[in-house]
Design a protein. Structure first.
Length: 195
């Protein structure tokens, strides 16, 4: 039975509840709490997302890893994969999964290898605080945060269970990642036509 509107003040929802909702707005579930996603992001967000997705998809096409763009459910677990036990469901802007056993018909269950979030007005706190913590706890190996207005990229790399921040990358920098050996992202190309 579908439920039109959950009680947004209740703090202990699961993926099983999430599957029953009929909402006009997209939501994410973080540690049992509902976070509404705002209106469609600005065009610059979509331009950047498209460029990143195309670059990753082109690179990964002959390889075993897969790249997905929002909307795509990523269920982060702390053990049980049962819908009744999963309390975190996020929709990263872009994610890369190399362990294909984590993929099912509903998306990904378990930590992707790489998650990219592009900041938008109204979502910065969620991306910078809530998601940082849950991605770190869940074992996401790399978490990239792109700030379109500042034309910067920051990479958090998981080392011994904690994130370590990279330097702040800007135009002119080429980005490489241990997750995808051989992949190079030229920030000049990513931020081209952003001004």
């Amino acid at each position: 039975m579908k439920v039109k509107e959950p009680d947004f003040t209740y703090n202990q929802y699961t993926y099983a509840d999430y599957l029953k909702w009929e909402l006009k707005d997209r939501v994410e579930l973080i540690k049992g709490r509902i976070f509404k996603l705002g209106p469609a992001p600005m065009r610059i967000h979509q331009d950047l997302s498209g460029k990143l997705f195309v670059a990753l998809h082109t690179f990964l096409t002959p390889k075993k890893c897969k790249v997905y763009a929002v909307p795509f459910d990523v269920r982060l677990t702390s053990g049980s994969k049962s819908n009744q036990d999963v309390t975190t469901v996020v929709q990263p802007d872009i994610c890369v999964i190399c362990d294909l056993s984590k993929l099912d018909d509903r998306g990904c269950i378990g930590a992707p290898d790489l998650i990219i979030e592009i900041l938008s007005a109204g979502n910065s706190k969620n991306e910078l605080q809530n998601k940082y913590e849950i991605y770190e706890e869940s074992g996401v190996k790399e978490y990239w945060i792109i700030h379109p207005a500042e034309q910067t990229l920051l990479i958090y790399t998981l080392k011994d269970g904690s994130y370590r921040a990279s330097k702040l990358f800007t135009r002119g920098d080429d980005i490489e990642t241990n997750i995808l050996p051989g992949f190079i992202l030229k920030l000049d190309e990513v931020f081209e036509e952003v001004d």
